[in-house]
Design a protein around this ligand. Structure first.
Ligand SMILES: [Zn+2]
Length: 170
C-alpha cells in the first residue's frame, strides 16, 4: 500500500502490477466539483486498488470519503454532506471493449497517457452528489421569503407564458 496519490497514473500498468494506493486529495484540485461546493477547503480520503480479475479485466476499485459543504436548495444555506462513495471501474481502450465489459463494472475509457486521478475522482464525486441538495430534519430549513417583498411591477414576465400566448393565436 502506497500512502500517497500521484497526480497522474498509468492505470493499465498499475492494474497489471496490482497496485494499491491511498491518500488525501485536496478539494481545491477537483476543479469540476468546485462549482457545487460552498467551500473549497478540506480534503477527501481516497483509496484505490488496481488489478486484474479472473476474466482478465483490468479494474480500478476505490472509495472516496470526506465531508462536503453544499448549498441547500430550499433555504439556500450551507449544508454539511458526508460523502462515502465506492466504485468499481473496468478499464477499457475502445467502445468495442466497453460493450463487452461485465456489468459488475462501470467503464472507464483509458488512453495511452497516464490518467489524471483528480479527473477520475471528480467523476465519481459528481455522480454521488444529490441532484438537489436539501437539509433533512433541520427545523430552520425554510425557503427564504423574498417573493413577497418583490414589487409586482419589477417582476419579469415568464417567457413561457408569452410563448403560450403566441401558440394560442390562430
Ligand atoms: Zn436547508
Amino acid at each position: 500500500m502506497i500512502n500517497h496519490l500521484p497526480d497522474r497514473l498509468d492505470l493499465y500498468a498499475a492494474a497489471e502490477a496490482g497496485r494499491a494506493l491511498r491518500g488525501p486529495v485536496k478539494l481545491a484540485s477537483l476543479v469540476r466539483v468546485l462549482p457545487q461546493l460552498e467551500s473549497r477547503e478540506g480534503e477527501l480520503e481516497v483509496s484505490l486498488e488496481l488489478g486484474r480479475d479472473e476474466d482478465g479485466t483490468h479494474y480500478l476499485a476505490g472509495s472516496v470519503q470526506g465531508r462536503l459543504a453544499l448549498r441547500c436548495q430550499r433555504c439556500l444555506e450551507p449544508m454539511d454532506y458526508p460523502l462515502d462513495v465506492t466504485f468499481r471501474l473496468g478499464l477499457v481502450h475502445s467502445q468495442e471493449q466497453m460493450q463487452r465489459l461485465s456489468n459488475r463494472y462501470e467503464p472507464l475509457l483509458i488512453t495511452g497517457e497516464p490518467a489524471s486521478l483528480a479527473e477520475v475522482i471528480s467523476d465519481e464525486v459528481l455522480l454521488a452528489l444529490p441532484i438537489v441538495p436539501l437539509h433533512s430534519g433541520v427545523s430552520t430549513c425554510r425557503p427564504p421569503a423574498t417573493d413577497d417583498q418583490t414589487p409586482a411591477s419589477s417582476r419579469r414576465e415568464n417567457p413561457f407564458s408569452v410563448l403560450a400566448q403566441l401558440k394560442q393565436k390562430p
